[in-house]
Ligand binder design. Structure first.
Ligand code: IMP
Ligand code: MG
Length: 175
């Protein structure tokens, strides 16, 4: 059990509807060849699972990468490190980074520079959530599920100190 009050910000049905629309866009934008979907652990695992299943294509590769910049806190330390690297070569492939949320931008600014060095054919980002007000470092995002205000959210994969990831809705967590 965890302390904290939860308020639904984006209900499950609305998330599913938006995920379907993102899937249609992605299917249309990558007419051929495999798309390498790189899920950034752990927060994007539910989004990845839903997004991958709405795609009509079967040429989808699912990869995982671990990045940490937070520890147990609610704000980014700005210190990004790879805790689990890819075990596949992305050179010459269409790569789509699948992220749960963009906040300061430290994580994805670092990650896109790192993956670009590996010479993918294309490199884009799909994020479920974006808090544009919080941006410190620039990030070019091709697909965004929802822009949200500067509030700390949990659920649908997102955690606070590893709790709440299993909520179906995206909720604001307040003390
Ligand atoms: P950034 O490097 O500050 O953009 O942070 C991105 C990462 O911080 C995300 O992948 C999340 O893991 C975490 N994060 C940022 N905002 C929230 C939030 O509101 N709830 C839960 N996790 C968050
Ligand atoms: Mg994350």
């Amino acid at each position: 059990m965890s302390a904290g009050a939860l308020r639904v910000l984006i209900p499950s049905e609305q998330i599913q509807q938006r995920v379907r629309a993102l899937g249609e866009q992605i299917d249309a934008d990558y007419p051929e060849g495999p798309v390498y979907m790189i899920s950034i652990l752990k927060g994007s695992f539910i989004f990845l699972a839903d997004l991958a299943r709405v795609l009509k294509r079967h040429s989808v590769r699912i990869e995982f990468m671990g990045i940490s910049s937070y520890g147990q806190e609610k704000t980014s330390s700005g210190q990004v490190k790879v805790t689990r690297d890819l075990d596949t070569n992305i050179e010459g492939h269409d790569v789509l980074i699948v992220e749960d949320i963009i906040d300061s931008g430290f994580t994805l600014n670092y990650l896109t520079r790192l993956l670009a060095q590996r010479k993918p054919k294309s490199l884009e980002i799909v994020t479920l959530l974006d808090k544009p007000e919080r941006r410190v470092q620039p990030v070019h995002v091709k697909y965004t599920g929802f822009q949200i205000p500067d509030e700390f959210v949990v659920g649908y994969g997102l955690d606070y100190a590893e709790d709440y990831r299993n909520l179906k809705d995206i909720c604001v967590l307040s003390e």
